[in-house]
Design a protein around this ligand. Structure first.
Ligand SMILES: Cc1cc2nc3c(=O)[nH]c(=O)nc-3n(C[C@H](O)[C@H](O)[C@H](O)COP(=O)(O)OP(=O)(O)OC[C@H]3O[C@@H](n4cnc5c(N)ncnc54)[C@H](O)[C@@H]3O)c2cc1C
Length: 410
């Protein structure tokens, strides 16, 4: 007999959101998290696009609690040094520290469902009448079903047979440092700066000025990280920080001891995000924007939708794939197109740095194009709006032709 109806593995944004929804509905659920306590470390830029407040209005209260830098200005730079700036009265992004943000989400979840901290799930076994989760300390937890929200290296995804294949092709590695402003300062604390294609393969760099910290990071495809950088990610990062200092974007010193590298899924959601008695949410299911690497809003959205599907399964007392397919239908309806387009745009842009130059140059000449492109990247403008505008832009037709083909509108 299963102890719980639902077990959520992983207490990051995906798992905490799922747990909160299950707990508020009174479902007999348990949240298992390997960290001993929150706050816990999570390497991340902590950039949330403003849409997150529409989807989860209670985050307004969370932002007040944790301290946030609201960003109204974005600077884009392409490989040949072309740039574009977009500024607007309403916030484009909200920058938080994951250390504080995740702890605030976790506290809300832990107030409504039981949690097992410091517990690492080692195996998942799916049986005819439920799931068994064995922890590294030998304890076994049983439930009617499980929501895997256990990050990019998800054990639940692998043990359920949902993530197979070569990780190198499906992940980027993001290398970053978060430094207090007493030691490193951004020249423009009101601006997020994005540098596209650092490595002539999939690549980007970013400067995210938080309220009291500055994040400097860059990402590249995992195969590039493992071959070209060959364990020299930290040196490469330090070189990039020096370049940013020389160009005047930042001043002061970073804390190299705070350097961290962590994988991000960049191939869109897995081919299947559910199996008998199993749902995957957040990075575990590949729910990350493959172009911008924004993952928190998708983690929270997929976590919430997974909880709703789990509640329907508990009510119907059915946990088979036919029942749980409702989850995939729900996330496809809400974020499916967005994530699919992000994979397409990433492949087009990062396979040809000339396309990025054309796009950024065109955005530098046409303020509305810059607004729509940045808005589209942050979920504030639709694909159709951006596409429709291309037909009217005053940028020369041959330039716009390159931009359209870069974005897949050709
Ligand atoms: C360097 C970097 C920068 C990024 N910048 C941004 C950004 O600016 N904005 C943005 O939106 N996204 C960003 N992302 C992506 C974002 O961090 C992720 O998409 C997001 O954290 C996914 O949330 P999650 O809940 O799925 O996973 P996580 O936040 O990774 O949480 C998973 C949790 O599961 C726990 N866990 C893992 N395995 C087990 C186990 N076996 N048993 C028990 N518990 C387990 C972990 O301890 C962790 O607490 C960045 C990613 C990286 C690597």
């Amino acid at each position: 007999m299963a102890e719980f109806d639902v077990i959520v593995v992983g207490g990051g944004p995906a798992g905490a959101t799922a747990a909160l929804r299950l707990g508020q509905a009174g479902v007999k659920a348990l949240l298992i998290e390997k960290a001993k306590a929150f706050p816990r470390e999570k390497p991340c830029g902590g950039g949330l696009s403003s849409r997150v407040l529409v989807r989860f209005p209670y985050l307004k209260e969370v932002f007040e609690e944790v301290g946030v830098n609201q960003i109204r200005r974005v600077y884009l730079e392409s490989p040949d040094g072309s740039n574009a700036v977009h500024e607007q009265p309403e916030p484009i992004m909200h920058l938080v520290r994951r250390w504080e943000f995740d702890a605030a989400l976790f506290r809300r979840a832990a107030a409504v469902i039981p949690v097992e901290m410091g517990t690492t799930v080692r195996t998942l076994t799916v049986k005819a009448d439920g799931v068994e989760l064995e922890a590294t300390d030998g304890r076994v937890f049983t439930a009617k079903m499980v929501i895997g929200a256990d990050s990019a290296n998800s054990l639940i995804a692998r043990h359920a047979g949902l993530r197979v294949g070569e990780a190198r092709d499906e992940f980027a590695v993001d290398m970053m440092e978060e430094t207090p402003v007493a030691e490193m300062q951004a020249a423009r604390p009101d601006t997020v700066s994005m540098f596209l294609t650092l490595t002539k393969t999939f690549g980007y760099g970013y400067i995210f000025p938080k309220k009291d910290h500055v994040n400097l990071g860059f990402g590249c495809k995992m195969d590039y990280y493992l071959t070209e950088l060959r364990g020299k990610g930290k040196e490469h990062h330090a070189g990039w920080v020096d370049e940013m200092k020389a160009k005047g974007f930042v001043s002061g010193e970073t804390q190299p001891a705070g350097y961290k590298a962590f994988p991000i899924p960049i191939s869109g959601p897995l081919a299947r995000t559910y199996a008998d008695r199993v749902l995957l949410a957040g990075d575990a299911g590949g729910f990350v924007n493959a172009f911008t690497a924004e993952g928190i809003v998708y983690a929270m959205t997929s976590g919430d939708l997974a909880a709703v599907a789990a509640m329907q399964a508990v009510k119907a007392e059915r946990f088979d794939t036919a029942q749980l397919a409702s989850y995939e239908k729900a996330w496809k309806a809400e974020i499916g197109d967005d994530l699919a387009h992000s994979v397409d745009i990433q492949k087009r842009l990062f396979n040809d740095s000339g396309r990025i130059d054309s796009l950024v140059r065109a955005a530098g000449r046409d303020a509305r194009l810059a607004e729509l492109f940045i808005g589209y990247s942050m979920g504030a403008s639709s694909y159709e709006e951006l596409r429709g505008y291309m037909l009217k832009s005053s940028v020369p037709k041959w330039v716009m032709g390159r931009v359209k083909s870069a974005l897949g509108f050709g």
